[in-house]
Design a protein around this ligand. Structure first.
Ligand code: NAD
Length: 311
């Protein structure tokens, strides 16, 4: 059967899409990506991919020594892979302290030729395994402060700075003064927060109520921010990993017989029968950061867990 519309259509060269119209770009040249938990295991691989796509990096972490080490390693990675000159700045920062986060975010452009960061990869966080009825309230509160409130603080600070930049631009442009009420538009701004499958299911056998609460909070916070900030063009999404074989988890599972049994228990619950490698999150991150690939994706939680939550 022929398609009448296609058959009758005159070739219309003017409207022929170019490759750039149909193929998304994952390049991040000219952008600064803020990576929190920048000296962590997952961040390590994600940062390598970000550099390879041309992004400058601002690494935030509470662990000052490991931050410097992470920067040196990334520069070495860039050198070995002939990526040319890369720029990586490091920022000691407790993500659960709103005032410090604000201070750091506002200082970042000073080390990046005035570029205001519009890409975020938020990985900072930690887990504690404590039975719920024995959990010290202060310890639980501290975990929620870092994992959940920290997620809000970094998004707030970056958005405030981005909106302020748009307003400054408008105030010096007579053309846009006439537009008067126009909202700031930030079509490249994309925030990716690392949640966890623990925000959707309850892990077993280890008890981790505060962590699970905090990650469920992150996933719903992402939806709330996505709805509020869609009017500015800022997209907010989360990636929720299952168990990842990072240096940290490898140390836990290879350190004792108990650890090995724990890994067996975990992987027996994964349809794909194994833990994830950090590189298996790179594609999702680049998709979500790309303003052409994921321009219509916001408020989404991408669960990447080898099928864990299906069982
Ligand atoms: N490893 C896994 O199996 C797994 C699974 C699901 C989700 N996640 C999540 O992925 C993210 C990264 O995990 P990872 O495996 O790379 O762990 P990691 O411990 O290697 O990295 C986390 C980083 O966050 C930093 N951090 C902790 N508290 C901080 C604070 N108050 N302020 C600033 N930085 C702080 C740590 O110093 C560390 O460098 C975390 O949010 C974690 O909850 C991990």
């Amino acid at each position: 059967m022929t398609n009448a519309i296609v058959e009758s259509a005159e070739p219309d060269r003017a409207s022929m899409p170019s490759l750039a119209d149909v193929l998304p770009s994952f390049r991040l040249d000219g952008h600064v990506t803020v990576v929190t938990g920048g000296s962590g295991g997952l961040a390590h691989t994600l940062c390598q991919a970000l550099l390879a796509q041309g992004s400058e990096l601002a690494l935030l972490d509470i662990s000052v020594d490991r931050l410097e080490y992470a920067r040196l390693e990334l520069e070495e990675f860039a050198r070995c892979n002939k990526l040319g000159e890369v720029r990586v700045s490091t920022w000691p920062c407790d993500i659960g302290d709103a005032a410090i986060v604000d201070e750091v975010v506002h200082a970042i452009p000073l080390k990046h030729d005035g570029i205001v960061p519009d890409k975020l990869v938020h990985t900072a966080g930690f887990c504690q395994n404590v039975p719920a009825h024995e959990y010290d309230p202060k310890a639980a509160e501290n975990l929620v402060r870092v994992n959940l409130m920290g997620s809000l603080y970094i998004c707030q600070s970056m958005t405030k700075q981005l909106l302020a930049k748009c307003r400054r631009r408008r105030s010096v442009s007579s053309e846009s003064r006439e537009a008067g009420e126009a909202l700031p538009q930030l079509p490249n701004a994309s925030f990716v927060l690392i949640g966890s499958m623990s925000g959707c299911i309850v892990n077993t056998p280890q008890p981790q109520v505060a962590y699970n609460m905090s990650k469920a909070g992150v996933i719903h916070m992402v939806r709330s921010l996505a709805c509020e900030w869609a009017r500015y063009g800022i997209r907010v999404n989360s990636i929720s990993p299952g168990y990842i074989a990072t240096a940290l988890t490898k140390k836990v599972i290879s350190g004792s017989q108990e650890g090995a049994a724990l890994q067996q228990e975990w992987t027996s619950r994964v349809p794909m029968g194994r833990m994830a490698e950090p590189r298996e999150f790179v594609g999702a991150m680049l998709y979500l950061l790309s303003s052409t690939a994921s321009s219509y994706t916001t408020g989404e939680n991408m669960v990447i867990d080898g099928g864990y939550v299906c069982w």
